[in-house]
Design a protein around this ligand. Structure first.
Ligand code: NAP
Length: 521
């Protein structure tokens, strides 16, 4: 254990390789005790936001020309530096988020794994290069030499997520993939874990010095006011944004990006109810174990995962009654717990209250109550398929340990729900092999509304690997063509460029004819 009294948190922003202070405005809060921690931070002023983007712009001119091997070494050095400071980082994140130490240690491993995955990609790039050789003899017109490759977009703004203080924050997937692509970064730290952001930024600073990266390759600004975020995404210097958070804020920032004189891509990962479709035969055979697995999954991280299973769809009957009985049995003894922030807890409480006051919704079970009014109770609710289909309020994501069971009269109603689903990050289908084969229309309908279709498994736990897709049709994400996890995440921060008739001596090495992996035609 590290003695946190000996770990200095300065509350400063990190700009152009230098820590910069301003008069402080806010503390980070321990969400378990609901008391202020002794760490104070400043809301970045307009001039600080401006210096951060200018620093990223100047660094981009150098960083974009750095070799893939040097970028890979930089990403690996960041992982090493985070690992070297793992105790202070995870203990601080534990204080600021209330997440268990084991989860935070796992998340650190995942963060470093992502950084190393992108380093590996740089050394063995996924092949998106094409070469069409010139043909002077072609009739009726000669064919020019054209070569397709990519360029980094430019400085990228990254918003740290409240629910992943490491893997989706300062050195998380957005930062790692944008640095891998050759972009420079301005991170807007999440105010709920600003001290963790500062420690991780320190690790990036040490890695940048070790690898001789340009000052300004990475910048951190702190803030807890919308003006900081607004100024950042509307800065003409910023060429793309990575965001994980609420639909409401994601939409505000996405609209700002689209309305700029020069619109820029906004990659928002905004959440999902991750429906669980349970087919009849498997329900008959495994009602109790399916219900217990549902409860375990929806309680992971007290439900604060974008992949938490918040909706269950099944057909009424005896087997579903057995499922509900186990759901109630497993949920009732669960303790109330704090959430990532008092704001998130209060949003959860008001959404649950609204649903409980809705005459179409029935309570199946709630976990134990707590005298601490910022603690929230796990909750399972039920509703008919017709009421679910007709109510956008009931269909909405409740971020936290809540699930709504949708009781269908028959398969036709289940199919209708699948067809009318809003865009989701994931959905699961639980079925025996024989019934999966018999339900291909249902599978197809769900597939068109999700980014990841899961068979007989729960959605929590997103594998970091080449073939992962973590995205989905709106409102799960703002661009269903991209992923925020896995190798393909890097493509979000690159754009294509075609070099026509470029002298060979000037061509980038990547697209030189004969280079391994280049597709020639
Ligand atoms: P949030 O409210 O969406 O905030 C995310 C970021 O946006 C913060 O850095 C925040 O910074 C900034 N922001 C907030 N209001 C803004 C505004 N009006 N204009 C511009 N920027 C603004 O997310 P959160 O605080 O992490 O959690 C709140 C809710 O988000 C949760 O209850 C949950 O529903 C959802 N959520 C979803 C996911 C997911 O996986 N998709 C993850 C986490 C949270 P400032 O405070 O400095 O303004």
């Amino acid at each position: 254990m590290t003695d946190l009294n000996k770990v200095t948190i300065t509350g400063q922003h990190f700009i152009n390789g230098t820590w910069t202070s301003e008069a402080t405005d806010f503390n980070s809060i321990n969400p378990v005790t609901n008391e202020a921690l002794p760490y104070r931070f400043a809301n970045a002023s307009q001039s600080i936001v401006e210096s951060a983007v200018v620093s990223a712009k100047q660094a981009f001119i150098k960083y974009r020309g750095i070799t893939a091997e040097s970028r890979a070494a930089f990403l690996e050095a960041i992982a090493d530096e985070i690992q070297a400071d793992i105790e202070a980082i995870t203990q601080t994140a534990h204080l600021e988020t209330g997440l268990p130490m084991a989860r935070l240690q796992g998340e650190t491993g995942r963060t470093c794994g992502q950084l190393r995955l992108f380093a590996g990609n740089l050394r063995n790039p996924i092949d998106s290069r094409y070469v069409d050789l010139a043909n002077a003899e072609r009739q009726p017109l000669p064919k020019p030499d054209t070569r397709l490759t990519t360029l980094p977009l430019g400085p990228v703004a990254v918003f740290g997520a409240s629910n992943f203080p490491l893997a989706f924050s300062t050195a998380g997937g957005d930062t790692a993939s944008a640095l891998a692509a050759g972009c420079t970064i301005v991170v807007k730290g999440h105010p709920a874990h600003a001290a963790t952001s500062e420690l991780v930024s320190g690790a990036i600073e040490r890695a940048a010095l070790k690898c001789d990266m340009p000052a300004g390759v990475f910048n951190l600004i702190q803030g807890s006011s919308p003006e900081v975020s607004t100024q950042l995404v509307t800065s003409t210097v910023i060429k793309a944004v990575g965001f994980t958070g609420s639909l409401k804020v994601g939409r505000i920032l996405s609209d700002l990006c689209a309305a700029r004189p020069e619109p820029i891509p906004f990659y928002g990962e905004l959440g999902s109810t991750n429906p669980q479709f349970i087919l009849s035969h498997i329900l008959e055979e495994q009602a109790e174990s399916l219900a217990s697995t549902q409860v375990q999954s929806m309680l992971m991280g007290h439900g604060q995962f974008c992949t938490s299973p918040g909706v269950i769809v099944a057909i009424k009957g005896n087997a579903l009654n057995r499922y509900k009985a186990t759901l109630a049995e497993d949920i009732a003894p669960q303790s109330a717990a704090s959430m990532l922030s008092a704001g998130i807890a209060s949003t959860y409480q008001s959404q649950i209250e609204l649903l409980l006051n809705n005459s179409q919704v029935e309570l199946i079970a709630q976990g134990e109550s707590s005298p601490a009014n910022h603690f929230t109770r796990p909750t399972a609710l039920k509703v008919t398929a017709t009421d679910f289909i007709n109510s956008t309020e009931i269909q909405q994501e409740v971020f936290g340990p809540c699930a709504v069971l949708v009781e269908c009269d028959d398969e036709a109603q289940m199919q209708l729900i699948a067809e009318q689903l809003e865009g989701q990050l994931t959905a699961s289908i639980h079925g025996l092999d024989c019934e999966l084969i018999a339900n291909q229309d249902l599978i197809e309908a769900i597939a068109f509304n999700v980014g990841r279709l899961i068979f007989n498994q729960m959605p929590t736990g997103v594998e970091v690997c080449h073939s992962m897709n973590h995205g989905g049709p709106y409102p799960a994400s703002t661009d269903s063509r991209t992923t925020s996890v896995g190798s393909a995440a890097m493509a979000r921060f690159e754009r294509p460029i075609c070099y026509q008739n470029m002298p060979k001596t000037l061509l980038p090495q990547r697209v030189i004819e004969g280079e391994t992996g280049v597709k020639s035609f």
